[in-house]
Design a protein around this ligand. Sequence first.
Ligand SMILES: [Zn+2]
Ligand SMILES: [Zn+2]
Length: 172
Amino acid sequence: MLRIDLGALREGPVDMVQAVPADDPLFEQLDFQLSGPVQLSGRLMEAGTGRYYWHGGLRTRVKSACRRCLTDLDLAIDQPVEVLFTEDDGTDDPAAYSIPQHAAELDLREAVREELILAVPEYSLCDEGCRGICPTCGTDLNAGTCSCERQPDPRWAGLEELRAALPDDEVS
Ligand SMILES: [Zn+2]
Ligand SMILES: [Zn+2]
């Protein structure tokens, strides 16, 4: 699994549909937790001597939490994948993976892990309009309100100072 016979690939494109279980050792020690298998799809093809393209997608589900209110989330990940495997180890293309010369198989494991890490957002929100929790009392502001004083928005502090420095009749 996740190893493609390069002999067959040189004969013509190879279609791929694979599901890698969430508990596969490949996914150990990630900063997030998978809640479903990683589904790989797409097509592999030769793209010149010693170069192979994988054009397809990666889909899975990831456990996460809203960064504002900390509600548990189950994120759907659906990431297009477009990577190049090359025997040229001097490549500086960030979407390219170096592979050994004259290998019999193309090992997709490193690329799958890397593409998965790229696909998972560092921060997620339960909703764009999530109000978060009050930093003072911990009330979930989506569910209710609290009577804590709101800190003034620091972006307006400079404007307030300017306003205070102006003579009264110039303040509109
Ligand atoms: Zn939230
Ligand atoms: Zn509060």
